[in-house]
Design a protein around this ligand. Structure first.
Ligand code: COA
Length: 204
């Protein structure tokens, strides 16, 4: 069983954590986020222990492939990442999703919001099935998967959780696209302190 972490951060601040799509220019921040994960959280995220070099290789590779990444920001830094990687040989179109939330920010609903964002993004991408693979001991991830009505297939050590994505309305598709565009605009403004246009909460 994993421990539920202690927090000094207000829940309401984390509930408002900005979520946006990540782009190749975000690579240093993505790497920084993964390097801030301790050994145990890295093991849970990748299914095996990962050195700093292996994490750096993973980030390089994933940014080159057919993938979409989303990140949650809190306290001015990227604190959580969702990865959606297209598995190109599958029918129906399937993407594998993976999530990481920095230990101090876990258990505040960020993982749940990122999973919801990944499901919406997958639909908009034409993906009808999202696959989540995690260690069987990963109670928190399994709880999230069950909360989103995933079908679980248990192996001795790992669990494959499969989610069928709902059909998106044209409006929801448009909102997904608009959210990506707004995120990009905010990224462009980030270089100028104080000039960042706000992201409507519903676009998280
Ligand atoms: C798994 C992970 C992504 C979840 O993100 P999170 O922000 O902590 O999750 P949330 O706060 O949105 O939700 C956690 C859920 O697990 C529950 N939970 C928390 N601690 C738990 C525990 N020890 N056992 C079982 N459930 C637990 C919470 O109550 C919540 O469920 P609820 O909404 O029904 O109450 C995050 O903890 C993480 O990054 N872990 C390390 C890396 C990892 O395991 N990645 C997954 C591999 S793909």
């Amino acid at each position: 069983m994993q421990d539920v972490p202690q927090h000094s951060i207000l829940d309401q601040d984390l509930a408002r954590a900005e979520i946006r799509r990540l782009w190749p220019s975000d690579r240093p921040e993505i790497l920084g986020h993964f390097l801030r994960l301790d050994a145990e959280n890295r093991r849970l995220r990748f299914g095996a222990p990962m050195s700093d070099d292996a994490v750096a290789r993973h980030v390089r590779e994933v940014m080159k492939g057919p993938a979409r990444l989303y990140g949650a920001y809190a306290d001015g830094r990227l604190r959580a990442v969702a990865e959606l990687c297209l598995i190109e040989t599958t029918t129906p179109p399937t993407a594998e999703a993976a999530f990481s939330v920095e230990p101090d920010y876990q258990n505040h609903g960020i993982g749940d919001r990122l999973l919801q964002r990944a499901i919406t993004a997958a639909c908009a991408w034409g993906v009808t099935r999202v696959l989540l693979v995690c260690l069987r001991e990963n109670d928190r991830m399994l709880r999230l998967a069950r909360n989103h009505a995933a079908r679980l297939e248990m192996d001795a050590d790992i669990v494959a959780a499969s989610l069928t994505t709902p059909r998106l309305t044209r409006r929801a598709r448009w909102r997904d696209r608009a959210s990506d565009i707004l995120g990009r605009i905010r990224l462009a403004f980030r270089a100028v302190p104080g000039s960042m246009p706000p992201l409507p909460p519903s676009y998280g």
